[in-house]
Design a protein around this ligand. Structure first.
Ligand code: GLN
Length: 448
């Protein structure tokens, strides 16, 4: 379904945006989707922006206390491109602080799942997924370092698209881990993802890692299931996934099981690389230039910075400590360099499979846990939830997460990963999928 096209064609009743804002305010208090709602919106297709992507003149905090009050003097390239194409900013969405988390609970306002408010919405792009699940005509600009688009999209029952690394400029993103970060989208249909990609990709002189690429609609009839991933999926999810695979197989897809032994290391490899990069990125938050300001200069050097950096949340502090350790000269070859080598090995193996197939898996190994359960997870339990979503970020490959089932009323997702620049092949897969599988939405704010 082409929500963007339909909305732009239809006549909007007078007062449409005011009514939308009013209703959104109420639901937002319930679910914690937005950090900031743009009350000035009065035209255009509503688009939300994850709060780690800069928008000129709108407070941008990455859901961190340390950035409270930061108002960027510029907009990210992707935002500028979309604004020129008729999209208007509805607000900045809630997230795990700086993108650190898988459940949307590492922020001041824990995000809640629109299908069951006692459960998590997924993270780190929690607010983006909630906004997409509650608003009929809306798209979300989000970001993923290691599954942060796919995870919340699957828990909230929406489409999550994480493009090939470099296709969308990262200029204006508050970096988590520069070699992994990708800006991507959430929407209610794959057709809307096609529209968004068409308007936002391409080289940007402000981001040297951005690229121009010709994207074609590769179509593949072979789907690979990776044994090492499949064996770690929760029972419920496994039987739902098996059913989905059966459907695909009767639709003509050839399904194959293959093994990538190296993929078992993807979680440690991912966390070593991402923490090393995160700890350098967080070094600039000193209380001088951005956000939180400490004005008392009479203190000593250590006291001054300790006070300013006290505002970081627990996971941010953990990443600073571990990341700084990992980068230390005496252990660099033991952890960081080894991680880079394994990352390369995983990429080579996956590339060879992806020549004539897509990789398929559930998006998350479990159903959305309750907020209480998620709060009691140890850091290692948290990290292990990213098992299925991390490989595509590690390799820079595109992936799409599509709603594929509802278990006890809670959405479950599948994830399809393609090779470099095969983005539109994944979008086409989604479009085909949506012809036979209807998505459920509990809310349709802004319906016309
Ligand atoms: N759970 C992952 C992390 O904390 C996801 C991060 C992301 O994609 N932004 O690193």
């Amino acid at each position: 379904m082409k929500y963007i096209e339909e909305f732009l064609k239809k006549e909007k009743p007078s007062g449409y945006y005011n009514k939308l804002l009013e209703e959104l305010g109420g639901l937002n208090r319930k679910f914690g989707a937005f950090n900031f709602i743009n009350k000035q919106i009065s035209a255009g297709f509503p688009m939300s922006v994850k709060d780690n992507i800069c928008v000129k003149g709108m407070e941008t905090t990455a859901s961190s206390k340390i950035l409270k009050g930061y108002i960027p003097p510029f907009s990210a390239t992707v935002i500028k491109r979309l604004e020129k194409e008729g999209f208007s900013i509805l607000g900045k969405t809630n997230m795990d602080e700086f993108g650190f988390g898988s459940f949307g609970i590492n922020s001041e306002t824990p995000a809640k799942n629109p299908f069951d408010e006692t459960r998590v919405a997924g993270g780190s792009s929690s607010g983006a997924a909630i906004a997409t699940a509650i608003l009929k005509y809306h798209v979300a600009v989000a970001e993923s370092t290691g599954g942060s688009i796919a995870a919340p999209a699957s828990f909230c029952g929406v489409v999550g698209f994480t493009p090939t690394y470099g296709l969308i400029s990262r200029y204006g993103l508050i970096d988590y881990s520069n070699s992994l970060d990708k800006i991507g989208f959430m929407s209610r249909s794959s057709e809307d993802i096609r529209t968004l990609m068409g308007k936002s990709i391409g080289k940007d002189p402000a981001d040297t890692t951005s690229v121009d690429a010709v994207l074609n609609n590769v179509s593949k009839q072979r789907l690979v299931i990776v044994d090492e991933l499949y064996s770690k999926i929760d029972k419920n999810i496994k039987s739902s996934f098996d059913n989905t695979v059966k459907k695909l197989s009767s639709a003509g897809f050839k399904i194959e099981h293959l093994s990538i032994p190296e993929i078992d290391y993807s979680i440690p490899v991912y966390y070593i690389i991402s923490m090393a990069e995160a700890s350098t990125n967080l070094a600039k938050f000193t209380g001088f230039k951005y956000g939180l300001k400490v004005d008392d200069f009479s203190k000593g050097y250590n006291d001054f910075f300790t006070e300013a950096r006290e505002a970081f949340g627990e996971e941010a502090k953990r990443k600073i400590l571990l990341g700084t350790f990992i980068r230390g000269a005496s252990v660099r070859s033991k952890y960081y360099e080894k991680a880079l080598k394994i990352r390369r090995a995983i990429k080579d193996k996956m590339s060879s499979f992806l020549k004539d197939s897509f990789v398929i898996s559930p998006t998350m190994p479990v159903i959305a846990p309750t907020i209480k359960e998620a709060q009691s997870f140890t850091p290692l339990q948290n990290y292990s939830m990213d098992l299925l979503t991390i490989p595509s970020n590690l390799c820079g490959f595109p992936s799409i997460s599509l709603p594929s089932d509802y278990l006890n009323g809670l959405p479950v997702g599948i994830q399809i990963t393609g090779g470099q620049f095969e983005d539109m092949g994944l979008v086409s897969f989604g479009e085909e999928w949506e012809k036979s599988f209807k998505y459920n939405f509990k809310y349709n704010l802004g319906d016309l």
